[in-house]
Design a protein around this ligand. Sequence first.
Ligand code: TGC
Ligand code: FAD
Length: 406
Amino acid sequence: MSTNIVKEETTSKKASNDLFESPDFYQIDDLLTEEHKLIRGSIRDFVKKEISPYIEEWCQNNHFPSEIVKKFGDIGAFGPTVPTEYGGGGLDYISYGLIMQEIERGDSGMRSTASVQGSLVMYPIYKFGSEEQRNKFLPKLASGEFLGCFGLTEPDHGSNPSGMVTNFKDMGDHYLLNGAKMWISNSPECDIAVVWAKNEEGRIHGLIVERGMEGFSTPETHNKWSLRASCTGELVFDNVKVPKENLLPGKSGLGAPMMCLDSARYGIAWGAIGAAMDCYDSARRYATERQQFGKPIGSFQLQQKKLSEMLTEITKAQLLNWKLGKMMDEGKATTAQISMAKRNSVETALNIAREARQMHGGMGITGEYSMMRHMMNLESVVTYEGTHDIHLLILGAEITGIPAFK
Ligand code: TGC
Ligand code: FAD
């Protein structure tokens, strides 16, 4: 197994303002290989050095740091499970999960940038693309030379993507693409977009749309209170001529984008627990430092209850994620199992962010600490890649055999 990730032991002393220490109450590290731990350590160091010192300013200023794309490429954060011959990491799903966990420990918006590129752009090109498409796009996406985005959601079709109206017509020597996508991560800065659209028979296909194609624009979405260091926008297609060689030939139908979502939702299950771990760690430290009524607030039972419950929920989610990762590696994980983990992790993280913020009192609403930012970010995470309700319905359909979507 090989990887372009720089493997080195974590050196937390390098970090100036980021004191994060990872909770591992059930010795889950024993389930990881040395390679897993080295990968996690190198990404943790990267986050401490390249994200933590700047993230508050980026978010306050609603700034997407475009230089992070190349840096993510350099540390192997893009397409960890894609084979090395195409520039990917050639790693297993536990490694992928750990990378997402560490990046989202820094910020969910940064994880969005990485998981869209890996799971939603590189994955479909690798899985459904031609050899020419793989060779043309994957190495550039892996290195961060190119940034990609994934266009499934439309203004009138979010939870119900099969109702999409974006469409393309066969014009003989090219396709003519029309329609619009909304809420697209990375769109304003993207070099390419993997776009899902219907052909004249109403069958969904994936098309690679490239920056510079006439009639293709990517207006930015403004005034977000969430994921402020990630850029979000629309994709607008006004009679865009797409070369025929840009259609993904390997799979059609809604199942194709849904397979990409399985991979991305898996990454979110790990990522959200990274955010939860950051909030817990901050609250644990604050509880021993902050004094009220002549003693540390951590000496009060109410605060101990909060910390105990946070650690319990994080530990349960860590075990769930690890087992899911093993099933992903064996090709046995189902969509419903992934839904359970995504839903559980995001709910856990949101609850922990809120409790941890309260434990910091007034200081918790400032940018001195990360909880408020995580909390606002997680409102997007609980909505995208399938809302909390949709994942509950996916589980409900699995349990009863009765889909309740319509
Ligand atoms: P349904 O009838 O269930 O299925 C239609 C066809 O699709 C197939 N299929 C799958 N195939 C493979 N893997 C999966 N996971 C699949 N799920 C479905 C299914 O077998 C069927 O195939 P066929 O051949 O029989 O036609 O579809 P439905 O229309 O009832 O919808 C089901 C529903 C609601 C669960 C689904 O559409 C859904 O999950 N909706 C949520 C939409 C969503 O998650 N959107 C995410 C957009 S991307 C995003 O948010 C990126 S944010 C990234 C970031 O910034 O980090
Ligand atoms: P709707 O589908 O309109 O849902 C509104 C409410 O109704 C929700 O609470 C939902 O749970 C509920 N609801 C809907 N249907 C049902 C039902 N059958 N039963 C019960 N309740 C239901 N999309 C992409 O394609 N690519 C991206 O890169 C991307 N990035 C995003 C980034 C951000 C910051 C955000 C916020 C979204 C992003 N999305 C992206 C879109 C995201 O996937 C959608 O917002 C999400 O799928 C929900 O769709 P919607 O917003 O249209 O809500």
